[in-house]
Design a protein around this ligand. Structure first.
Ligand code: CO8
Length: 257
């Protein structure tokens, strides 16, 4: 199962996917899409992996869907192949995925970052949905996810003008969880992912599911869902261990990692 457009490595309990099409600024063609989804699913199914990091280069996380590949397509082709729908599989990955973004995250690149569970940005990161400048609109979820993450006014302005946001603005707007110096991005993202991967895996996965629920349902249904999942956690050995370790002033040794 070789990969040609991404590098796939493990760092302890963290699965690392690095986009590797430098000549096209990591533009997301069909092969990249297939390989990212395949690698993420393989990590999701691997019991030795507790969290995943997706990153690009210092110049570009990804400069969008591959414009040259899309250019000749007809409506009927995009419809029949249900273009971009395979990305949905990435959003069904149950372990946390962190996007470590440096440089350009444009169009599909911004949308890929937003499909991840949170984004850590390098200080040189730039986010944008410039599809309007090439005669189309976001097609990998950008008009929906960006609006939910940064609000209507800013999302509308970005989608209608193609203006890019720098890292500071992205942090201020809630698009990214925090900013780190570009040279420390990967190390920091791996550290955060490594920390998550040490916790009880069922607790981590249920937490991800509960937070994501906030985007799919009403507040009262979401709170009810959270409470039921919280109750279910009392069936886990790791709940007993975590709470006992706190009382006994020692580090928890979670079994379900
Ligand atoms: N697709 C294909 N190739 C790309 C892309 C891309 N998105 N972005 C950059 N490249 C290529 C360039 O063509 C160039 O190749 P070459 O050397 O062969 O000419 C190489 O990468 C380097 O790029 P530049 O020379 O342009 O590098 P610069 O540093 O001068 O500029 C930019 C960097 C500003 C990022 C510039 O490359 C750019 O504007 N790229 C396009 C950004 C963009 O518009 N992205 C949105 C794409 S559309 C999308 O993602 C969703 C589409 C949904 C449509 C749904 C249809 C059904």
């Amino acid at each position: 199962m070789a990969y040609e457009t991404i590098l796939v490595e493990t760092r302890g309990r963290v699965g690392l996917i690095t986009l590797d099409r430098p000549k096209a600024l990591n533009a997301l063609n069909a092969q990249v899409q297939d390989e990212i989804v395949r690698a993420a699913k393989a990590f999701d199914e691997n019991a030795k992996i507790g969290a995943i990091v997706i990153t690009g280069s210092e110049k570009a996380f990804a400069a969008g869907a591959d414009i040259k590949e899309m250019q000749p397509k007809t409506y009927i082709e995009t419809y029949m192949e249900d273009m971009f729908s395979d990305w949905d599989a990435l959003t069904r990955v149950r372990k946390p995925i962190i996007a470590a973004v440096a440089g350009y995250a444009l169009g599909g690149g911004c949308e890929l970052a937003m499909m991840c569970d949170f984004i850590i940005a390098a200080d040189n990161a730039r986010f944008g949905q410039p599809e309007i400048t090439i005669g189309v609109m976001p097609g990998m979820g950008g008009s929906q996810r960006l609006t939910r993450f940064v609000g209507k006014s800013k999302a509308m302005e970005m989608c209608l003008t193609g203006r890019m946001m720098d890292a500071e603005e992205a942090e201020r707007s809630g698009l990214v969880s925090r900013i780190v110096p570009a040279g420390e991005l990967l190390e920091e993202a791996l550290k955060v992912a490594g920390k998550i991967a040490e916790f009880s895996m069922p607790a981590v996965m249920m937490t991800k599911e509960a937070v994501n629920r906030a985007y799919e349902t009403t507040l009262s249904e979401g709170v009810r869902f959270e409470r039921r999942v919280f109750h279910a956690m009392f069936a886990l050995d790791d709940q007993k261990e975590g709470m006992a370790a706190f009382s006994e002033k020692r580090t928890a040794q979670f079994k379900n990692r």
